[in-house]
Design a protein. Structure first.
Length: 198
C-alpha cells in the first residue's frame, strides 16, 4: 500500500513537469513494479475476500488501498474490472467485520511486532471510501514502454483460442493477463529489441 503511493506520486509529478526521472526508472522499473504490485495484490486475495489468512480487516484495508492507488494507470486498464471486483469484495468483508476494526493484528514492525487500534480503524475507514486519483495522464506516462500495447497484444493473441473452445470470458482473460505480468520485464525487452538493434 505504501509502495504504490510512493511510486505513484513521482509519476504524477513527472507527468506535471515538476520532476524529471531517469529514463530507466520511468520507463522500466516503476511500470514493472506497479504492475507486479497489482498482480500480487489481486492474486493474494483469499476466497473470503481478505488479504490475510487470519481475516484481518486491517490487512484487507491495505489491499483495497493498494489497488485504489494505482487504479487510474493506463497500462492496467485491461485489469480494471478485476481490480474493481477485488476492491468491492474487500469492502463487503470490511462491512461485515466492522466490529473488529479496532482490534488490530500485530502487523507493524519496529523492534517488536505491534498493532495499533487507531491505525487499524483509520485504514479500514479509508478503505471504505478510497481516494482514487482523478489525474488524467499525458501520453508520456500513459504510453510508458508500450506495456499497455504489450498487454493488448497478449489479449488479442488469445482470440484464436476462443475459436477452438477455450473459455475467454473477461474474468478468465484478465486472470491470464495477471499471470503474464510476471513476465513484463521480458516483454518490455522484446518490445524494445528493435530499438536496441538499430
Amino acid at each position: 500500500m505504501l509502495l504504490s503511493g510512493a511510486l505513484m506520486r513521482p509519476l504524477e509529478l513527472c507527468d506535471q513537469g515538476l520532476l524529471e526521472l531517469p529514463a530507466p526508472l520511468l520507463q522500466d522499473q516503476i511500470p514493472v513494479v506497479l504492475t507486479q504490485l497489482v498482480n500480487r495484490t489481486l492474486l493474494t486475495q483469499h476466497n473470503t475476500a481478505t488479504w490475510d489468512a487470519n481475516e484481518s480487516p486491517e490487512a484487507t484495508a491495505y489491499g483495497i488501498l493498494t489497488l485504489a492507488a494505482v487504479f487510474t494507470l493506463a497500462w492496467i486498464a485491461t485489469l480494471k474490472e478485476e481490480i474493481e471486483f477485488a476492491m468491492q469484495k474487500g469492502q463487503a468483508f470490511l462491512v461485515q467485520a466492522q466490529g473488529a476494526w479496532d482490534k488490530p493484528q500485530y502487523l507493524w514492525i519496529e523492534k517488536v511486532t505491534y498493532g495499533s487500534r487507531r491505525l487499524s480503524e483509520a485504514y479500514c475507514l479509508a478503505a471504505m471510501r478510497p481516494s482514487i486519483s482523478s489525474h488524467s495522464w499525458s501520453e508520456q506516462i500513459s504510453d510508458l514502454v508500450g506495456v499497455y500495447i504489450v498487454l493488448e497484444h497478449i489479449k488479442l493473441s488469445a482470440k484464436p483460442l476462443a475459436m477452438i473452445g477455450y473459455d475467454l470470458s473477461p474474468r478468465i482473460l484478465s486472470r491470464n493477463l495477471i499471470s503474464y505480468t510476471n513476465f513484463l520485464p521480458i516483454f518490455i525487452f522484446l518490445y524494445r529489441l528493435p530499438t536496441y538493434l538499430y
